[in-house]
Design a protein. Structure first.
Length: 295
């Protein structure tokens, strides 16, 4: 009996001793397994991050392309106002007109004034210039003399233009539907009602089409209002009181000279009348005096 108990005790001890290494191996295996799966998770996270980055880059590229498209399709009406002084009036006018013609522009209106004799000629031109040559033309004008004043403006009508264009497309779709209904309608009442609606839609289409054409013309051809003045001396900006006094005195002499010219012209104009009026006045005076003596 003692031998059986002793043998059982030894067997239990051996089982416990042998189970310890197996348990350690299991833990190590589990640890190794956990370590092996970690890189896969990291790789998956990296792949997702790369995909997110690619999506963001694509979205940014799309937004940039849309903005670029909007910029390229912007509808901007350009206008300019320029005052030009020149000592060579004829050359300046010829250069302006030839440049307008060579660049595909045209003169919308023009007027001239002044006299060649006193170097007081001037002209005003309303020019329609293709928008691509707008800045170039203004630069060339500056080389013809001295620009005393200038201003440029740009009115962006993109929003109202594209809204009108979209409205026009919707009206054309409505027109097509009304035409289809007109083919299928049978009663006279329905036909008259559809034709009335069709007439109203077509009127709106013509009005919007006209507005778009007008805007296209204003956008494609910039408007430049240029005033050309002939002068003997180009205007310089006074930098001191002495310069201001000198300029004022010079302007006064010019005005006085112009006044003398006007007086001389008036006298010359009166001379023919004096030739008749003076003798008649003298004869009348003599006759009246003689009659008084007789009385």
């Amino acid at each position: 009996m003692n031998r059986k108990i002793k043998f059982s005790f030894i067997a239990l001890t051996l089982i416990l001793v042998l189970s310890i290494p197996l348990s350690g191996c299991g833990k190590k295996s589990a640890s190794n397994s956990g370590t092996a799966t970690a890189p896969r998770v990291s790789e998956e996270n990296g792949s997702l991050a790369a995909q997110d980055s690619a999506v963001e880059n694509t979205a940014d590229a799309t937004k940039t392309a849309e903005k670029q498209k909007e910029t390229n399709n912007s509808k901007i009406i350009k206008t300019a106002e320029v005052d030009l002084e020149t000592k060579n009036y004829a050359k300046a006018i010829d250069s302006i007109l030839s440049t307008v013609k060579s660049k595909g522009g045209y003169i919308q209106s023009s007027k001239s004034y002044g006299s060649y004799d006193d170097n007081s000629r001037g002209a005003n031109y309303v020019i329609r210039m293709p928008k691509d040559y707008f800045d170039e033309f203004l630069t060339n004008v500056g080389n013809l003399g001295k620009i005393t004043s200038s201003s440029t403006q740009g009115e962006n009508i993109s929003s109202q233009y594209y809204d009108t264009e979209a409205h026009l497309k919707a009206l054309k779709v409505q027109e097509d539907r009304l035409l289809e209904l007109l083919k299928k309608s049978g009663s006279l009442k329905d036909i008259l009602e559809i034709e009335n609606q069709l007439s109203n839609v077509r009127y709106q289409i013509e009005s919007l089409t006209s507005s778009l054409k007008n805007w296209d013309n204003q956008v494609d051809y910039a408007t430049i209002n240029i005033n050309v003045h002939e002068v003997s001396v180009l205007t310089t900006k006074p930098v001191s009181l002495g310069d201001k006094i000198k300029k004022t005195f010079s302007d006064s002499l010019k005005s006085l000279g112009s006044l003398f010219k006007v007086i001389i012209l008036i006298i010359v104009a009166i001379i023919p009348y004096l030739i008749i009026i003076v003798p008649v006045s003298v004869i009348t005076y003599v006759l009246v005096k003689k009659r008084k003596k007789k009385d």
